[in-house]
Design a protein around this ligand. Structure first.
Ligand SMILES: [Zn+2]
Length: 199
């Protein structure tokens, strides 16, 4: 009997681990895109962080508008530093506001990451991952590589257990008086799975 109970608990434990990957398997995860960590783009450390309650039920898409589009890793890293300066120094926030940003060349840039509350959509910060598409997408779509990396980043977040499987995808304009993420990009994401028109 003791043996049976032991086996039962061993199995239950394996199931629990597979439902939400442990820290170890998250660390071993390989992203299906070029991932540029904070140290690689020259981020300053955050002035504090608030832990996100995971998994989050929302993904909020933004565009940067300013700084403008970037299509090389060097120019996108530069834009990341500009955004961190604006948010952390000028606005006095703890850090760059977004959890992640995606460059025109398809790389994903780490902002606050998966586990810290962002500053990108008031009242949704504590229940979402905020992703900034670097560029101005009012009148034109991001390059295909940038759109694909946005989709893959969201899929990775679901796979890693940071984003709920039944997450709602929204544009910033749905929760604030803003044009963000730009009309063209908003039209695009409104055709994607999980897009939620009414909140
Ligand atoms: Zn926005």
């Amino acid at each position: 009997m003791a043996k049976i109970i032991q086996i039962f608990f061993a199995c239950a434990c394996v199931l629990a681990v597979s439902a939400i990957p442990s820290g170890k398997s998250r660390n071993a995860y390989s992203y299906p895109f070029n991932f540029v960590g904070r140290e690689s783009w020259g981020a300053r450390p955050p002035n504090g962080a608030t832990p996100l309650s995971l998994p989050v039920p929302y993904v909020v898409v933004h565009h940067s508008y300013i700084p403008p589009d970037c299509d090389t890793e060097d120019s996108c890293k530069h834009n990341m530093r500009l955004m961190q300066d604006m948010h952390q120094i000028v606005n006095g926030w703890q850090d760059i506001g977004y959890n992640f940003a995606v460059g025109g060349e398809g790389s994903v840039y780490e902002g606050r990451g998966w586990e810290a509350v962002g500053a990108h959509a008031v009242s949704y910060n504590v229940k979402s991952i905020g992703i900034c598409m670097i560029g101005d997408f009012v009148g034109k779509l991001p390059p295909q590589a940038q759109l694909e990396s946005l989709k893959k980043l969201i899929a990775s977040g679901v796979e890693l257990g940071y984003i709920s499987r039944d997450y709602k995808l929204i544009g910033h304009r749905q929760v604030a008086a803003t044009e963000c993420p730009g009309q063209a990009l908003f039209n695009e994401i409104s055709t994607w799975d999980h897009f939620t028109p009414a909140l």
